[in-house]
Ligand binder design. Structure first.
Ligand SMILES: [Zn+2]
Length: 273
Protein backbone atom coordinates (compact mmCIF):
# COMPACT_ATOMS: atom_id res chain seq x y z
CA UNK A 1 0.00 0.00 0.00
CA UNK A 2 1.23 3.48 -0.84
CA UNK A 3 0.29 6.71 0.87
CA UNK A 4 0.81 10.37 -0.02
CA UNK A 5 1.23 12.72 2.94
CA UNK A 6 0.50 16.08 1.32
CA UNK A 7 1.70 18.21 4.22
CA UNK A 8 4.68 17.60 6.51
CA UNK A 9 7.63 19.59 7.82
CA UNK A 10 10.41 16.98 7.96
CA UNK A 11 13.22 19.48 8.49
CA UNK A 12 11.44 21.05 11.44
CA UNK A 13 13.75 21.70 14.43
CA UNK A 14 11.64 19.14 16.36
CA UNK A 15 13.52 16.35 14.56
CA UNK A 16 17.00 17.70 15.26
CA UNK A 17 19.48 15.71 13.18
CA UNK A 18 17.07 12.77 12.93
CA UNK A 19 15.26 14.15 9.93
CA UNK A 20 17.09 11.88 7.48
CA UNK A 21 15.80 8.89 9.46
CA UNK A 22 12.27 10.29 9.26
CA UNK A 23 12.62 10.54 5.49
CA UNK A 24 14.16 7.06 5.27
CA UNK A 25 11.25 5.55 7.22
CA UNK A 26 8.77 7.24 4.86
CA UNK A 27 10.68 5.98 1.82
CA UNK A 28 10.92 2.42 3.11
CA UNK A 29 7.18 2.30 3.93
CA UNK A 30 6.05 3.70 0.58
CA UNK A 31 4.92 7.06 1.96
CA UNK A 32 5.37 9.96 -0.45
CA UNK A 33 5.25 13.44 1.04
CA UNK A 34 5.32 17.17 0.37
CA UNK A 35 7.74 18.99 2.63
CA UNK A 36 6.00 22.29 3.25
CA UNK A 37 7.69 25.68 3.38
CA UNK A 38 6.83 28.26 6.03
CA UNK A 39 9.55 30.90 5.44
CA UNK A 40 12.53 31.69 3.23
CA UNK A 41 15.03 29.51 5.09
CA UNK A 42 13.01 26.31 5.29
CA UNK A 43 11.64 26.75 1.76
CA UNK A 44 15.22 26.83 0.42
CA UNK A 45 16.12 23.77 2.50
CA UNK A 46 13.04 21.94 1.24
CA UNK A 47 14.22 22.41 -2.33
CA UNK A 48 17.64 20.96 -1.49
CA UNK A 49 16.12 17.99 0.36
CA UNK A 50 13.78 17.26 -2.56
CA UNK A 51 16.74 17.40 -4.96
CA UNK A 52 18.75 14.97 -2.82
CA UNK A 53 15.94 12.40 -2.77
CA UNK A 54 14.15 10.49 -5.47
CA UNK A 55 10.54 10.10 -6.47
CA UNK A 56 8.15 10.66 -3.57
CA UNK A 57 9.94 13.56 -1.85
CA UNK A 58 8.61 16.96 -2.94
CA UNK A 59 8.79 20.54 -1.71
CA UNK A 60 6.56 23.57 -1.44
CA UNK A 61 7.71 27.14 -0.88
CA UNK A 62 6.01 30.06 0.81
CA UNK A 63 5.49 32.20 3.87
CA UNK A 64 3.21 30.94 6.65
CA UNK A 65 0.77 33.63 7.85
CA UNK A 66 2.29 33.32 11.33
CA UNK A 67 5.56 34.69 9.91
CA UNK A 68 3.70 37.46 8.09
CA UNK A 69 2.35 38.97 11.29
CA UNK A 70 4.92 37.64 13.76
CA UNK A 71 2.31 35.45 15.45
CA UNK A 72 4.48 32.40 16.11
CA UNK A 73 5.79 31.66 19.59
CA UNK A 74 9.02 33.66 19.31
CA UNK A 75 7.47 36.49 17.31
CA UNK A 76 9.66 36.12 14.22
CA UNK A 77 8.44 38.11 11.25
CA UNK A 78 9.39 38.10 7.57
CA UNK A 79 8.49 40.25 4.58
CA UNK A 80 7.17 38.28 1.60
CA UNK A 81 9.79 38.30 -1.15
CA UNK A 82 7.92 37.43 -4.36
CA UNK A 83 11.00 37.10 -6.56
CA UNK A 84 12.79 34.86 -4.09
CA UNK A 85 9.90 32.40 -3.91
CA UNK A 86 9.28 32.66 -7.66
CA UNK A 87 12.91 31.58 -8.16
CA UNK A 88 12.47 28.53 -5.95
CA UNK A 89 9.14 27.72 -7.61
CA UNK A 90 10.94 27.13 -10.92
CA UNK A 91 12.47 23.95 -9.47
CA UNK A 92 10.94 20.81 -10.90
CA UNK A 93 10.25 19.17 -7.53
CA UNK A 94 8.48 22.20 -6.12
CA UNK A 95 4.83 21.18 -6.32
CA UNK A 96 3.07 23.93 -4.38
CA UNK A 97 3.06 27.52 -3.14
CA UNK A 98 2.58 27.90 0.61
CA UNK A 99 1.63 27.20 3.17
CA UNK A 100 -0.01 30.56 3.04
CA UNK A 101 -3.28 32.03 4.15
CA UNK A 102 -4.88 33.47 7.25
CA UNK A 103 -4.20 32.69 10.89
CA UNK A 104 -6.27 34.73 13.30
CA UNK A 105 -5.79 32.44 16.28
CA UNK A 106 -2.85 34.23 17.87
CA UNK A 107 -2.64 38.00 17.88
CA UNK A 108 0.89 39.20 18.69
CA UNK A 109 1.42 41.79 21.42
CA UNK A 110 1.01 45.33 20.08
CA UNK A 111 -1.30 44.29 17.22
CA UNK A 112 -5.04 43.82 16.94
CA UNK A 113 -6.99 41.45 14.70
CA UNK A 114 -7.43 44.12 12.05
CA UNK A 115 -3.63 44.74 11.78
CA UNK A 116 -3.03 41.01 11.46
CA UNK A 117 -5.85 40.63 8.95
CA UNK A 118 -4.61 43.41 6.67
CA UNK A 119 -1.03 42.17 6.54
CA UNK A 120 -1.99 38.54 6.03
CA UNK A 121 -4.61 39.22 3.36
CA UNK A 122 -2.12 41.23 1.31
CA UNK A 123 0.52 38.49 1.44
CA UNK A 124 -2.04 35.75 0.79
CA UNK A 125 -3.04 37.50 -2.45
CA UNK A 126 0.60 37.56 -3.56
CA UNK A 127 0.82 33.80 -3.00
CA UNK A 128 -2.28 33.33 -5.17
CA UNK A 129 -0.61 35.36 -7.90
CA UNK A 130 2.55 33.26 -7.65
CA UNK A 131 0.63 29.97 -7.65
CA UNK A 132 -1.18 30.97 -10.83
CA UNK A 133 1.97 32.33 -12.49
CA UNK A 134 3.96 29.17 -11.69
CA UNK A 135 1.11 26.69 -12.28
CA UNK A 136 1.63 25.15 -8.83
CA UNK A 137 -0.95 24.25 -6.19
CA UNK A 138 -1.90 26.92 -3.64
CA UNK A 139 -1.55 25.38 -0.14
CA UNK A 140 -4.02 27.23 2.06
CA UNK A 141 -3.69 27.43 5.84
CA UNK A 142 -6.68 28.82 7.74
CA UNK A 143 -6.92 29.08 11.48
CA UNK A 144 -9.86 31.02 12.84
CA UNK A 145 -10.19 33.11 16.00
CA UNK A 146 -11.46 31.08 18.91
CA UNK A 147 -15.01 29.77 18.42
CA UNK A 148 -15.40 31.34 14.96
CA UNK A 149 -14.75 30.47 11.30
CA UNK A 150 -13.51 33.98 10.43
CA UNK A 151 -10.26 32.95 8.70
CA UNK A 152 -12.07 30.38 6.55
CA UNK A 153 -14.85 32.71 5.45
CA UNK A 154 -12.38 35.46 4.62
CA UNK A 155 -10.18 33.07 2.61
CA UNK A 156 -13.27 31.92 0.72
CA UNK A 157 -14.16 35.50 -0.12
CA UNK A 158 -10.65 36.19 -1.45
CA UNK A 159 -10.53 32.97 -3.46
CA UNK A 160 -13.95 33.65 -4.98
CA UNK A 161 -12.73 37.00 -6.26
CA UNK A 162 -9.29 36.07 -7.52
CA UNK A 163 -9.59 32.36 -7.89
CA UNK A 164 -6.41 30.35 -7.82
CA UNK A 165 -6.46 27.57 -10.40
CA UNK A 166 -5.39 24.74 -8.08
CA UNK A 167 -6.23 24.95 -4.38
CA UNK A 168 -5.61 22.61 -1.46
CA UNK A 169 -7.12 23.55 1.90
CA UNK A 170 -4.76 22.03 4.44
CA UNK A 171 -5.75 20.77 7.92
CA UNK A 172 -9.44 21.26 7.30
CA UNK A 173 -11.35 21.73 10.57
CA UNK A 174 -14.25 24.01 9.68
CA UNK A 175 -17.93 23.18 9.28
CA UNK A 176 -19.37 20.96 6.53
CA UNK A 177 -20.94 24.01 4.93
CA UNK A 178 -17.57 25.79 4.63
CA UNK A 179 -16.20 22.55 3.16
CA UNK A 180 -18.93 22.61 0.51
CA UNK A 181 -18.07 26.19 -0.40
CA UNK A 182 -14.41 25.31 -0.96
CA UNK A 183 -15.41 22.28 -3.02
CA UNK A 184 -17.64 24.54 -5.14
CA UNK A 185 -14.51 26.57 -5.95
CA UNK A 186 -12.85 23.39 -7.20
CA UNK A 187 -10.57 23.08 -4.16
CA UNK A 188 -9.23 19.84 -2.74
CA UNK A 189 -9.46 19.25 1.02
CA UNK A 190 -6.73 17.71 3.21
CA UNK A 191 -7.48 15.94 6.49
CA UNK A 192 -4.97 15.05 9.20
CA UNK A 193 -4.76 13.52 12.70
CA UNK A 194 -7.34 15.98 14.04
CA UNK A 195 -10.06 13.73 12.62
CA UNK A 196 -8.92 10.93 14.97
CA UNK A 197 -9.62 13.01 18.08
CA UNK A 198 -12.13 15.65 16.98
CA UNK A 199 -15.01 15.75 19.44
CA UNK A 200 -17.05 18.36 17.55
CA UNK A 201 -18.02 15.84 14.85
CA UNK A 202 -17.39 18.52 12.20
CA UNK A 203 -14.40 16.76 10.69
CA UNK A 204 -16.24 13.49 10.24
CA UNK A 205 -19.07 15.29 8.46
CA UNK A 206 -16.63 17.05 6.13
CA UNK A 207 -14.81 13.75 5.47
CA UNK A 208 -18.12 12.10 4.63
CA UNK A 209 -19.31 14.75 2.19
CA UNK A 210 -16.18 15.11 0.02
CA UNK A 211 -16.48 13.57 -3.46
CA UNK A 212 -14.00 10.69 -3.71
CA UNK A 213 -11.68 12.56 -6.07
CA UNK A 214 -11.48 15.71 -3.92
CA UNK A 215 -9.79 14.77 -0.67
CA UNK A 216 -6.23 13.90 0.30
CA UNK A 217 -4.28 12.86 3.40
CA UNK A 218 -1.73 14.79 5.41
CA UNK A 219 0.03 14.61 8.78
CA UNK A 220 1.25 18.20 9.40
CA UNK A 221 4.17 16.41 11.07
CA UNK A 222 5.78 17.07 13.53
CA UNK A 223 2.46 18.42 14.86
CA UNK A 224 -1.02 16.90 15.31
CA UNK A 225 -0.04 13.24 15.66
CA UNK A 226 -3.05 11.00 15.10
CA UNK A 227 -4.37 8.52 17.68
CA UNK A 228 -2.61 6.19 18.76
CA UNK A 229 0.40 8.55 18.77
CA UNK A 230 -1.49 11.58 20.01
CA UNK A 231 0.66 14.07 21.92
CA UNK A 232 3.90 12.60 20.53
CA UNK A 233 6.06 13.83 17.69
CA UNK A 234 4.33 13.10 14.40
CA UNK A 235 5.95 11.91 11.15
CA UNK A 236 4.80 11.02 7.62
CA UNK A 237 4.53 7.23 8.23
CA UNK A 238 1.71 7.91 10.73
CA UNK A 239 -0.44 9.07 7.81
CA UNK A 240 -1.91 5.56 7.67
CA UNK A 241 -3.82 6.24 10.91
CA UNK A 242 -5.50 9.22 9.24
CA UNK A 243 -6.41 6.95 6.32
CA UNK A 244 -7.79 4.31 8.73
CA UNK A 245 -10.10 6.87 10.33
CA UNK A 246 -11.31 8.11 6.94
CA UNK A 247 -11.97 4.51 5.89
CA UNK A 248 -14.06 4.01 9.02
CA UNK A 249 -16.06 7.24 8.44
CA UNK A 250 -16.67 6.53 4.75
CA UNK A 251 -17.31 2.81 5.10
CA UNK A 252 -14.39 1.98 2.81
CA UNK A 253 -11.35 -0.25 3.22
CA UNK A 254 -7.95 1.14 4.16
CA UNK A 255 -6.57 0.05 0.77
CA UNK A 256 -9.34 1.90 -1.07
CA UNK A 257 -8.65 5.13 0.84
CA UNK A 258 -4.88 4.76 0.43
CA UNK A 259 -5.20 4.24 -3.34
CA UNK A 260 -7.81 6.90 -3.89
CA UNK A 261 -5.95 9.61 -1.96
CA UNK A 262 -2.62 8.63 -3.50
CA UNK A 263 -4.09 9.04 -6.98
CA UNK A 264 -5.85 12.29 -6.03
CA UNK A 265 -2.62 13.79 -4.69
CA UNK A 266 -0.56 12.61 -7.66
CA UNK A 267 -3.04 14.12 -10.06
CA UNK A 268 -3.20 17.38 -8.15
CA UNK A 269 0.54 17.88 -7.57
CA UNK A 270 2.33 15.93 -10.28
CA UNK A 271 0.06 16.00 -13.30
CA UNK A 272 2.29 18.38 -15.25
CA UNK A 273 5.64 16.92 -14.35
ZN1 LIG B 1 2.00 23.06 8.20
Amino acid sequence: MKFYDTHAHVNSPEYGDEYEKVIARAESEGVWFNNIGTNKADSSENVLIAREHGEGVYATVGLHPGFVSGSDADGRREEFDYDFFAGLAREEKVVGIGECGLDYYRIPAGMNLEDVRQKQVEVFKKHIELANASGKVLIVHCRASKDTEDAYTEALKILKNGAAKKILVHSFTASPCVCEEFLALGAHIAFNGIITFDKTGNSAKAVALCPEDKFVLETDAPYLAPVPHRGKRNEPVFVKHVAEKIAEIRGATLAEIADQTFENAKKLFLANS
